[in-house]
Design a protein around this ligand. Structure first.
Ligand code: SF4
Length: 199
């Protein structure tokens, strides 16, 4: 089969900027993002011939895809499904931020065939969270994991980062002890790049 079989869709909007982040994203523009979605779909139509007739993976990242209202995400995914064929066993994933992701988002994602959630966590220590400008109570993450399990998502992973300010081997070792049975944890290292952003 010729053409790309994997599609990544970037949704560059967030509620606030995390201190370690060097992704392309705009902060605070909640709106309905319809002009961005329209432009994205127009671009995909232009690139269509580069894609294989059937997609094996589709991933919505960002940014914070669930900063979009759930009906806006539904519209985007509906349009993608109209224009591209997803393989029967396609992995359809999305980044979810527990600080803004609601039960409504998860129900909508499950209904629209998402089978992988990638959950940003980084570190549960409040001191580290304050230093990286990402205050994310443990209860919010736990709630989202439990809701995902109740809805039957087969794959839930958490993103952690080591090398953040105030982290110690002891605090970081405690971080993965979260309700993540059957889940994977990804732990990239942190590179402080002052030219891009610093604490
Ligand atoms: S939520 Fe993700 S994309 Fe947004 S600022 Fe934080 S790390 Fe960057």
């Amino acid at each position: 089969m010729s053409g790309a079989r994997h599609l990544y869709v970037h949704l560059p909007f967030c509620s606030s900027r995390c201190g370690y982040c060097d992704f392309v994203t705009a902060v605070g523009r909640r709106g309905d993002h319809s002009s961005y979605v329209d432009a994205l779909l127009a671009e995909l139509a232009l690139e269509r011939e580069l894609l294989a007739p059937e997609l094996e993976t589709v991933f919505l990242g960002g940014g914070t895809p669930t900063y979009f209202a759930s009906e806006r995400l539904e519209r985007l995914v509906g349009r993608l499904r109209e224009r591209f064929r997803f393989a029967a066993d396609a992995e359809v994933g999305v980044e979810v931020d527990p600080r803004v992701t609601t039960a409504e988002h998860l129900a909508s994602l499950a209904k629209n065939g998402f089978n992988r959630l990638s959950m940003g966590v980084q570190d549960f220590d409040p001191v580290v969270q304050e230093a990286i400008n990402r205050i994310q109570p443990y209860a919010d993450t736990r709630r989202l994991v439990e809701q995902a399990r109740a809805l039957g998502f087969p794959s839930v992973n958490m993103d952690l980062i080591f090398g953040l300010p105030h982290q110690t081997p002891e605090t970081f070792a405690a971080t993965p002890n979260v309700p993540a049975n059957k889940s994977a944890a990804a732990a990239p290292s942190f590179a402080n790049l002052p030219a891009i952003g610093k604490f």
